[in-house]
Design a protein around this ligand. Structure first.
Ligand code: GLP
Length: 260
């Protein structure tokens, strides 16, 4: 696991560099998309490169991590709409090439199975962008999630609903109680995991993710078992890392030509 500690703007550039390198190498690459505030600067950077340098997403495929159950099709916080607004529309990504689990399906377990099939049919995810919840969840794999889980229905914790109430007029009762989420086993099959975390409120989750024991109590710790995982954090989110100096030393002595 590589840990990079840098200001948020630099982290966004590093993540965008990795995505751009992938798209240049293979325009049909498959990208895993996350919602939440953590990837927003990355999406801004990609939108800028699309506009100024012609970075194209036309042949790429996108798979979202998760979706709320039951939010109306036109609800602005429905993750499909969030992803359209934050990234897909800004880079002229053809709508049919960006998919998410269907939180409005009549048969939710069937929708989850269909989503797994779609990811497999696309050849799997090349690079998965991730954020992390304050309770250590990735996507919506709440504490207690099986480390081998697949796309399924989950009940959101009180903590997550309170954290996300800011997107629902600050009213926790407006936050859905359930979601569909890629499982930890699904996410672990992506070929490169790139997690972004900023702010002191993420410091404990980041410490557990990088240095804690692998445990369903902190679901993100499963990433320690991934052969190519990158953790991009600012100083505040890194503030509880025991080996922070070592991560800094390792990154500063890395050759310039080597990407994430
Ligand atoms: C949500 C999303 C996660 C995200 C997490 C952190 O619950 N389902 O994918 O990583 O929140 O969000 P933020 O980046 O806004 O802190």
């Amino acid at each position: 696991m590589e840990v990079v500690i840098a200001p948020a703007e630099e982290l966004a550039v590093l993540a965008a560099d990795a995505i751009e390198a992938l798209l240049q190498q293979r325009p049909e690459s498959v990208l895993g998309l996350a919602t939440g505030s953590s990837p927003l600067k990355v999406y801004d950077e990609l939108a800028r490169r699309h506009e100024q340098d012609g970075l194209s997403f036309a042949r790429a495929t996108g798979f979202m991590l998760d979706e709320y159950v039951g939010l109306a099709a036109d609800h602005p916080e429905r993750y499909r709409n969030v992803i359209a607004t934050e990234i897909a529309d800004r880079v002229a990504w053809p709508a049919e090439r960006v998919q998410g689990p269907d939180g409005l399906a009549a048969d939710l377990p069937a929708a989850c199975a269909a989503y797994e099939d779609a990811i497999a049919a696309a050849g799997g995810v090349d690079l998965q962008i991730l954020g992390i919840g304050t309770d250590g969840h990735i996507a919506f794999n709440e504490p207690g999630s099986s480390l081998a889980s697949r796309t399924r229905i989950k009940t959101l914790t009180k903590q997550t609903r309170e954290d996300n109430a800011r997107f629902f007029d600050g009213d926790v009762d407006k936050v859905p109680t359930h979601c569909l989420t890629q499982g930890l086993g699904t996410i672990m099959e992506a070929r490169h995991l790139v997690l972004l975390a900023t702010g002191r409120h993420k410091a404990e989750a980041v410490h557990q993710l990088v240095e804690g024991p692998v445990s369903a109590l902190w679901p993100a710790t499963v990433m320690q078992l991934h052969p190519h995982a990158t953790v991009l954090v600012d100083e505040a989110a890194a503030s509880r890392l025991q080996l922070a100096d070592y991560y800094r030393q390792t990154y500063s002595s890395k050759p310039d030509w080597q990407g994430l």
